[in-house]
Design a protein around this ligand. Structure first.
Ligand code: AQP
Length: 334
């Protein structure tokens, strides 16, 4: 069975971008039934920028609750926290020795996050995509559902796997495919249609958090930046209207429709009509998830128990792959 792997950083609360671009797709791939699915809270990635330990613990459990409340079943999928499966970091080290500095320096996410301060960011932030490659390859996963922003990191994953195979003369690590599908592969900020919706944006009004209550969701959508024109009935009419396009994409993804289908229904409407309909839809889809998250968070010990069980299942896959990697590289005594 082909294997799917993907992860999300517990670096803050979940956003609608993470939900539509990633988690909802994870659930779909779990439920089609032709994959073994492994989903991960990537805490080792989160600490590439400073995380308060108490918040990291809280965010990791809350993310696990978000996965489960969204439909990831610990019976159907392997659900883990990255640090609990040590083979991720162990293969990560080997991949640090395979990846080239020049490759890493070209990663646009690194350039964005480091900004002008590249001398002062952690070494981990620079090396993070090599650990991400290891996260995937330590399962020999071939399919990775992600948002648009991760495409470059997946190309790097292919390069690292191919260089390992080439350097050691083996055909050991498989080629990986990014799975970037659906109407919301890049959900934009509600305040600025040229910026990605992000957990770490200083403006809370820029994003919908999965834990926002109904009034907050409605208010953020009402205040979302838009242009004064009515909605078009054809997709071409969204060209050069990033904010309008973003709201329509969100509607389509939440309602499991294509953008064309949505426009056929709402074309001609003003935002004064469309925004309340979008808010109602968002509340209807998200509030069952947030109340289930709150229920799960009332029993953190149960979440920890599920993660410990997931780690045991995961290590049945990762331990033999790491052992074989060590043999290929020439390490003894393992
Ligand atoms: N705005 C988005 N639209 C669609 N997909 C998105 N993803 C993130 N933002 C959007 C997808 O969510 C998955 C997990 O992302 P991550 O937590 O590893 O980190 P990120 O991409 O850096 O997300 P954030 O929210 O922007 O976090 P911070 O602010 O901490 O950097 C990935 O599949 C990503 O594509």
């Amino acid at each position: 069975t082909p294997r799917v792997f993907s992860g999300i950083q517990p670096s803050g609360g979940l956003t609608l971008g993470n939900y539509l671009g990633a988690i909802k797709r994870f659930v779909d791939m779990q439920n089609v039934g032709n994959f073994q699915t492994v989903y991960c809270m990537v805490d080792l990635h989160a600490i590439t920028v400073w995380q308060d330990p108490a918040k990291l613990r809280h965010n990791t459990r809350e993310l696990a609750a978000g996965f489960i409340a969204s439909g990831i079943s610990p019976e159907k999928s392997i659900l883990i926290n990255q640090s609990a499966v040590p083979e991720h970091a162990q293969l990560g080290w080997i991949f640090n020795c395979v990846a080239r500095m020049g490759w890493m320096g070209r990663m646009t996410q690194f350039k964005d996050k480091a900004g002008k301060n590249a001398e002062n960011v952690s070494l981990g932030l620079f090396g993070y995509p090599a650990l991400m490659a290891a996260d995937i390859m330590v399962y020999h996963a071939t399919h990775v559902p992600v948002g648009e922003d991760q495409k470059q990191h997946l190309e790097l994953t292919r390069d690292i796997a191919a260089k390992f195979n080439h350097d050691y003369g083996v055909d050991f690590f498989p080629e990986v495919e990014p799975v970037i599908e659906g109407a919301a592969t890049r959900v934009m900020s509600l305040r600025d249609g040229s910026k990605k919706m992000s957990k770490s944006d200083p403006s809370d009004a820029s994003r919908i958090n999965m834990t926002d209550d109904a009034d907050t969701i409605a208010r953020k959508i009402r205040k979302a930046k838009t242009d004064p024109d009515a909605l078009p009935s054809e997709i071409e009419g969204l060209k050069d209207r990033p904010e309008a396009r973003n709201l329509v994409n969100i509607y389509a993804a939440l309602n499991e429709q294509t953008v064309e289908q949505v426009l056929a229904d709402v074309g001609g409407q003003q935002f004064g009509t469309f925004k309340p309909a979008l808010a109602e839809l968002a509340v209807a889809k998200l509030s069952p998830i947030s109340s289930e998250m709150a229920r799960l968070m009332a029993d953190p010990a149960e979440i920890d128990r599920l993660l410990a069980k997931g780690a045991l299942q995961a290590r049945e896959i990762t331990a033999p792959i790491l052992k074989k990697t060590y043999e290929i590289v020439g390490m003894v005594g393992n």
